[in-house]
Design a protein around this ligand. Structure first.
Ligand code: RUQ
Ligand code: CUA
Ligand code: CA
Length: 642
């Protein structure tokens, strides 16, 4: 058994990952555990449990082997990678370091595989008249005391001003929320401490409110807001009216403060206007003070009467505006909880600020907002995002230079005080033009400095030709040693913006491989069945209710509970299917020919779809997941009487 199975978790839970899996791995890798124990003690922490990779390796080469991206057949990756999908509107789960894509989680998009946007269960999450696209940039996992806790993922939709929550246990989107008083939600972060009570998100574009045709060309009347969403209820707790706009956001390690970058302090509506000022700013938010102001009724409401909006513009006691150069983009807190770095984009510098000084400023102990700045190291052209290895080093993407710059925080701060010290450790060419980067576990106290991903916007000639639209190139970099080493190129369907990697031993035990009967995701469908007197686990029945017909059936390989059902042309038909197979990985589908319907039904799941039987005739329904030798025969007829 690998030592990782016994490693401590922030939630104190013991691993309960399906015993059969553990025993399978024990079977496959048992001999290797000894090798790990002897030769690879230095791998403890993030890279623990690489037992499989070490089979046959001599102790001398153990580290290199451990950091190979080669995960042999039957072996599991040590990290989950969670990727946003960009314009695809989805999330993707990868294994790291192999970079094998494991699953896609539809969020704002329509997905034909599982029927997202087609099933009643997904439509309840998406809401009525939901747009068909999304633009996911920033995905983050809920935390408890600065550690990943395996409860939820949260992700923005820049395209249609929404935020979604995804349940980690079933990897399914369960809530989507439209944000009022804003347009285009960009930056998103979670409160880290004591746990993720709030999800913070940034309205990027300034528009009039209400945005109903008034003040069309009067930008002075445009505004945007910073939003705090209650992570459990997925309702908006409060918003803050700000000056300028909001790009990326970040939170501290006390739960008291968050901050956001602004690239358009000018309030411009054209490109040239937005680049006029030499400095824009980072705005910090005092969360307890904002909560107190809301409680005291010191707020207004705009588009939604239930959403309190406090005034956080210049001069407010709720916010601190720190001028920083120029059109800053990413903002990233160091895992030691001390610093936060704003990335200069149009300036070759990043701005290192101190959370402690932010606290002192709000307490009235500092006068000049710039007093919270410790250093402004020059790194290269186009700094966009910074990540950390937990050993005092920072890694910043240089978009224009097409490099990752590794630099030392403490040396940069010393240089900021005027000392002559070289804070730059290494520059590594990446291919090409990186946006985000992320080191393993870097957004938590558990930053482990093992792997770094550079999310490059261009792949140019590095892959086979696939037409004018090229894939992006996500490069995996080994940062476990003194030097960054590029280890693999990974073409991806554009355009993942951001990602994070977390040790699988922390969260894998929270993932279910079979649905719980009556899971909240489909509970409403079960309630409807109950009203119809149906036991979803056994009944195969048609309920007629005027021109509404509800067809309940089970699925068990290789047959549906009903071989046929008859309806009248014009009936509103709801098909409800429950997968009663108990076997892990035995998913069925339900595709209704020529009716534009497909949905996935995994073990112990109930899925339903409602449509109008507007075409008379015989329509075969069939199973779309290969479930049995007789999978092709798993089909039945819908008979629609004219
Ligand atoms: S942004 S490439 Cu949408 Cu995160 Cu910086
Ligand atoms: Cu059921 Cu294929
Ligand atoms: Ca600007």
């Amino acid at each position: 058994m690998s030592d990782r199975e016994n490693s401590s978790r922030p939630d104190g839970e013991t691993p309960d990952r399906n015993d059969h899996t553990v025993s399978r791995r024990a079977l496959l890798g048992g001999a290797a555990a000894g090798v790990l124990g002897a030769g690879a003690v230095g791998l403890a922490g993030g890279a623990a449990g690489l037992a499989g990779s070490l089979v046959g390796a001599s102790p001398a080469s153990a580290r290199e082997v451990a950091h190979s991206t080669d995960v042999p057949p039957g072996k599991l990756d040590d990290y989950y990678g969670v990727w946003s999908g960009g314009q695809s509107g989805e999330l993707r789960i990868l294994g790291v370091p192999s970079m094998r894509e494991l699953i896609r989680i539809p969020v704002f998009n329509v997905d034909g595989t599982i029927g997202w946007g087609i099933t009643n269960e997904s439509k309840r999450v998406l809401g009525p008249n939901a747009p068909l696209n999304g633009d996911t940039h920033h995905v983050h996992m809920s935390q408890t005391d600065g550690h990943y806790d395996g409860r939820y993922l949260f992700v923005n939709d820049k395209a249609n001003t929404r935020v979604a929550r995804v349940r980690w246990d079933v990897m399914r989107t369960d809530k989507i929320l439209h944000i009022p008083n804003a347009q285009s939600i960009h930056g998103l972060r979670v409160q880290r401490v004591p746990k993720t009570k709030y999800v913070f998100c940034n309205g990027e574009f300034r528009v009039p409110h209400p945005n109903d045709g008034r003040d069309l060309n009067d930008p002075k009347k445009y505004f945007t807001v910073y939003t705090a969403i209650d992570a459990e209820t997925m309702k908006i707790a409060w918003q803050v009216l700000v000056d300028g706009n909001l790009d990326n956001t970040e939170t501290d390690y006390t739960g008291k403060y968050s901050g956001a970058t602004c690239y358009n302090s000018e309030g411009g509506v054209h490109l040239a206007d937005m680049m006029e000022a030499e400095r824009d700013w980072v705005v910090f938010f005092d969360i307890p003070r904002i909560e107190a102001a809301v409680k005291a009724g010191q707020y207004k409401t705009f588009e939604d009467p239930d959403v309190p909006v406090v005034d956080g513009r210049h001069g407010s006691k709720l916010t601190l505006y720190v001028p920083v150069p120029k059109n800053p983009h990413g903002i990233n807190a160091s895992p030691d909880g001390k610093y936060v770095v704003a990335n200069g984009k149009l300036s070759p510098t990043v701005t290192v600020m101190s959370w402690e000084k932010v606290d002192q400023w709000f307490a009235g102990k500092l006068k000049d907002p710039r007093d919270v700045v410790l250093a402004e190291p020059e790194l290269g052209l186009g700094p966009l995002h910074t990540t950390y290895d937990g050993r005092g080093n920072a890694y910043t993407t240089l978009f224009i230079d097409s490099q990752i710059c590794k630099w030392n925080l403490h040396d940069a701060i010393r240089a900021g005080k005027g000392e002559k010290v070289n804070y730059i450790r290494q520059k590594l060419d990446v291919n090409f033009q990186p946006g985000h980067n992320k080191a393993s576990m870097a957004e938590t106290r558990d930053a482990d400095g093992q792997w770094l991903i550079s999310l490059n916007k261009f792949s140019k000639d590095r892959f086979l030709r696939v037409g004018p639209l090229h894939p992006d190139n996500d490069q995996l970099i080994d940062i476990s040693g003194d030097e960054m080493k590029l280890v693999s190129d990974n073409p991806v369907y554009c355009e993942p913006h951001d990602c994070f990697m977390l040790r699988r031993d922390l969260v894998e035990h929270k993932v279910k491989q079979v649905w719980d009967w009556g899971d909240p995701f489909y509970a409403e469908t079960v309630a409807m069945a109950k009203k119809d007197g149906i036991d979803i686990q056994s009944d195969n029945k048609i309920i007629r209710d005027g021109n509404k017909v509800r067809v309940y059936m089970t699925s068990a390989a290789p047959a549906y509970g009903l071989n046929e059902f008859e309806v009248n042309k014009g009936d509103e038909v709801t098909v409800v299917i429950t997968n009663i197979d108990d076997v892990e990985d035995l998913t069925h589908g339900f595709c209704l020919s020529n009716y534009g319907i497909n949905m996935e039904i995994s073990p112990h799941e109930t899925s339903s779809v409602t449509f109008t039987a507007d075409k008379a005739g015989v329509y075969w329904y069939y199973c779309t997941f290969f479930c049995h030798a007789l999978h092709l025969e798993m089909r039945g007829r819908m008979l629609v009487k004219a």
